[in-house]
Design a protein. Structure first.
Length: 515
């Protein structure tokens, strides 16, 4: 029996962009179904339509083989469809139980909640689906993998029989991914339909029953898992032969470019977020900072790029302490920043591709005369970068908001790598983008390294870290718990440090400041 189905679904946005073209898709009861494709292929739009977040321009949605009119997520939830988003929608200061039952809390009377009944409902359901949850712990204190289970339980307890997951493993360690897959397989055995979007094809091969491949808004085909290899999936996604080839020769580090000493940062509520961080980034190397999301990476990057104040310690560039400097001052010192959020921080959506590419040098030659803005020079520069960085766009004057995620990221990367940086701080540079775009960006970072620049790579993607980093620091609860040379390491090795179950002793970590 088909649990959910899209029949001849087309979605055209008011600006003329066609996100889905006559899409036919279905997932069976109890099936684990992966949906893959490049950025801009239409995967996310299709999932939003199935969850009632978007309305199709034409076509039909069926749920359990009955026509469904989905005007909002509320309608989808009422019909048994749940969705776990890439960025969790939980209230950090609430307990697990309060988050799960939010809006459907059992009450003793008009003024008070029935916490005993709340615990009973959650415990009974958790036992049924073989979940273990710390019901009365606050969500803010939980590991990412447990937060994800809270989101899944939230959907299930509201009656979800179809569960849509967007990039479910993107912020998990290998150990947590294995635990997630046990959960998903268990749910599928109980008749729950699992649909998930991912760029991690090894995970698709590991768990999916069937695979739907999308390209340019259309469904290329739906296949049984055993019918395709990873290489064949990629070729169907991009429409051509593709060989994944990233080779990293041994680094030859040179002079220190960025030295961090005893860096501390306290949040406004007094929480100690960064604890005595010390490390050195040298020319000609990629130094990775690995860790699960929420262990201080965001604060560290914002401090090093001038976006966050009130840290203590030292940040030495050229021997001078520049901690607390403004972003423009750090740019003048040769520090580039690829932010983790290309939409909110990395680009101006309502400006053109060309304008975004010169936004850090618009007042410099050859783009600016004494009075006039030299549009021709800007367009010529943008065309060169579009070609060099393989950006798929109709024109340099196209608004950035019209681009797919992968191409939008390439615009940001093109700007940040072409301003002659000494140091590149790359925060999640390939997060949420497709295989081909990821490979391109990683090669560009290696090129920066080989040109003698220093790259500080902050990433939760362990495959990425192991592919291109020369040295790896692991951050856990705001502390550096490991300093590792990237030689014969595995994702599992790093995962233990990231979970806090393993750490190097302080003596081993002293070498961090050896100049």
């Amino acid at each position: 029996m088909k649990a959910i189905e899209a029949i001849n679904v087309t979605k055209v946005y008011p600006n003329g962009v066609v996100a889905n073209r006559n899409v036919n898709f279905s997932a069976a009861v109890g099936e684990i179904h992966a949906v893959v494709g490049e950025n801009g292929a239409g995967k996310t739009t299709l999932m939003k339509i199935l969850f009632g977040m978007e309305k199709p321009t034409s076509g039909e949605i069926r749920i359990f083989e009955k026509p469904a009119q989905l005007n909002s997520p509320h309608d989808a939830i009422a019909l048994g469809v749940g969705m776990v988003h890439q960025h969790f929608m939980l209230v950090p200061s609430f307990t697990v139980a309060e988050n799960i039952m939010l809006g459907i809390e059992p009450k003793k009377n008009l003024f008070s909640l029935d916490f005993k009944r709340m615990e009973q409902i959650i415990s009974e359901y958790a036992k049924k689906v073989n979940f273990e949850l710390p019901i009365w712990e606050k969500v803010m204190d939980l590991p990412v993998g447990v937060k994800q289970r809270v989101e899944i339980m939230k959907a299930l307890i509201r009656g979800a029989k179809v569960l849509i997951l967007d990039e479910p493993s993107s912020v998990l360690t290998p150990q947590e991914v294995n635990e997630l897959f046990v959960v998903l397989k268990n749910l599928s055995q109980q008749g729950i339909t699992i649909i998930f979007i991912t760029h991690k094809l090894n995970e698709v091969k590991q768990i999916a029953d069937r695979i739907t491949i999308m390209r340019e808004g259309r469904v290329v085909g739906t296949y049984r898992n055993e019918e395709l290899t990873e290489s064949q999936i990629v070729e169907l996604m991009i429409g051509r032969k593709f060989e994944y080839d990233i080779s990293r020769v041994k680094a030859v580090p040179g002079e220190p470019l960025l030295v961090v000493k005893n860096l501390n940062y306290f949040r406004e509520d007094g929480a100690h977020i960064l604890k005595n961080l010390s490390f050195v980034l040298r020319s000609g190397e990629i130094l990775a900072i690995a860790g699960l999301e929420g262990n201080g990476q965001k604060e560290l990057v914002e401090i090093l790029t001038g976006l966050r104040e009130n840290a203590s310690g030292e940040m030495l560039v050229g021997g001078k302490n520049v901690l607390g400097a403004k972003p423009w001052q750090l740019r003048q010192l040769g520090i580039s920043h690829i932010p983790d959020d290309r939409i909110e921080v990395g680009s101006a959506l309502d400006m053109s591709v060309a304008e975004n590419m010169i936004s850090d040098r618009y007042d410099q030659q050859p783009f600016s005369g004494r009075v006039v803005y030299r549009k021709r020079s800007v367009i010529e520069f943008a065309r060169r970068l579009i070609k060099e960085f393989s950006i798929r766009v109709k024109s340099p004057t196209t608004l950035v908001r019209m681009l797919s995620g992968g191409n939008m990221q390439k615009v940001v990367v093109a700007r940040e790598l072409t301003n002659e940086p000494k140091v590149v701080i790359a925060n999640q540079p390939t997060h949420g983008i497709d295989v081909a775009s990821s490979e391109f960006i990683r090669k560009k970072l290696l090129q920066m390294r080989d040109e003698g620049r220093g790259v500080l790579l902050v990433s939760t993607d362990l495959q990425e870290v192991l592919q291109i980093a020369d040295r790896i620091l692991v951050l856990y609860k705001g502390e550096i718990v490991a300093h590792l040379q990237n030689e014969n390491l595995t994702e599992t090795d790093l995962g233990f440090y990231m979970l806090g179950t393993k750490r190097q002793n302080p003596e081993e970590l002293k070498e961090l400041l050896t100049l």
